[in-house]
Design a protein around this ligand. Structure first.
Ligand code: SF4
Length: 277
């Protein structure tokens, strides 16, 4: 049984940066909180909690003087204002590539376009983008969610971890309906590389293992992409979930991992698979 790891897999630049920022903050004398779990990976969040990094659901639960780390997903700007007003120290770990989406949405809205945000309603990153996209911004992940009353000028931005297929479906639905369609493809490079590498490896593999939090949207999209080419695709959070029966008769096992999966979690899965050979 040959084990192959996707060319691009696991923790991305923005997640590693956020982890560095929070670990550095936790070294100091301040109490450290994140607004919501730092990343969509319960194992990492548990590790951080053991290191004294708390996760708060809102600013109300954070004592004055503490440090609050803004996650890589970003927030609506009012949250940062409120945190400073509440006497908190703010460490902003918003990924620069998410800030690029904020800027694109703000420019389109400023130029008179109604902004369509391709993404998941309620996702923290999407909520942050909407704060820059104007009060009439639309969030849609499927063409059926687009309104009928679209103006002649529509601008499109995308949640950084969305799939190219979701974006393409929305753009194709909009094209015949609006006169001036402006597209800003803000799917980040790390996402595109992970999705392309996962698809390429799944096409060669008898079994695919996708590692990452079950609450991680980008990991679930990797599962969907791999499942198209490799029906024997399994989503796990840790090596403890591997079932030897999955690998019966398999010659090539492929591994990929979501953008919030640290390298040591991938290595642990590889070690567990090597022990099965
Ligand atoms: S997935 Fe992309 S945008 Fe999101 S944190 Fe990683 S690098 Fe940044």
């Amino acid at each position: 049984m040959e084990i192959r790891i996707a060319e691009h897999a696991g923790a991305c630049f923005g997640v590693n940066r956020a982890l560095d920022i929070v670990r550095k903050a936790a070294d100091g004398s301040h109490q450290v909180y994140t607004l919501g779990p730092l990343i969509h990976n319960p194992r990492v969040v548990d590790e951080l909690a053991r290191g004294g990094v708390h996760s708060a659901e809102s600013l109300d639960g954070i004592p004055s003087g503490a440090t609050v780390v803004i996650r890589s997903h970003g927030v609506v700007p009012q949250v940062i204002t409120d945190a400073l007003d509440a006497g908190l120290v703010v460490d902003d770990a918003t990924c620069p590539l998410v800030k690029r989406v904020h800027k694109a949405a703000e420019e389109l809205h400023g130029d008179g376009y109604r902004v369509v945000v391709v993404g998941e309603k309620g996702h923290a990153e999407v909520e942050g983008i909407c704060a820059y996209a104007g009060p009439d911004a639309v969030v849609a992940i499927d063409p059926s969610e687009l309104p009928d009353d679209l103006p002649p000028k529509v601008g499109v931005v995308v949640q950084t971890t969305q799939s190219a297929a979701a974006l393409q479906a929305i753009v194709e639905a909009l094209r015949p309906k609006v006169e001036d369609l402006q597209l800003r493809n803000t799917i980040c490079l790390a996402t595109r590389q992970r999705q392309q590498a996962a698809a390429a490896l799944a096409a060669q593999a008898d079994v695919m293992i996708v590692i990452g939090g079950r609450n991680s949207g980008n990991t679930r999209r990797l599962v969907a992409i791999c499942s198209e080419a490799c029906p024997r695709t399994h989503h796990i959070e840790s090596q403890d979930e591997l079932d030897p029966a999955w690998f019966e008769g398999a010659r090539v096992v492929g591994i990929t991992a979501g953008a919030s999966t640290p390298a040591d979690h991938i290595h642990a899965v590889v070690a567990a698979l090597e022990a099965l050979r």
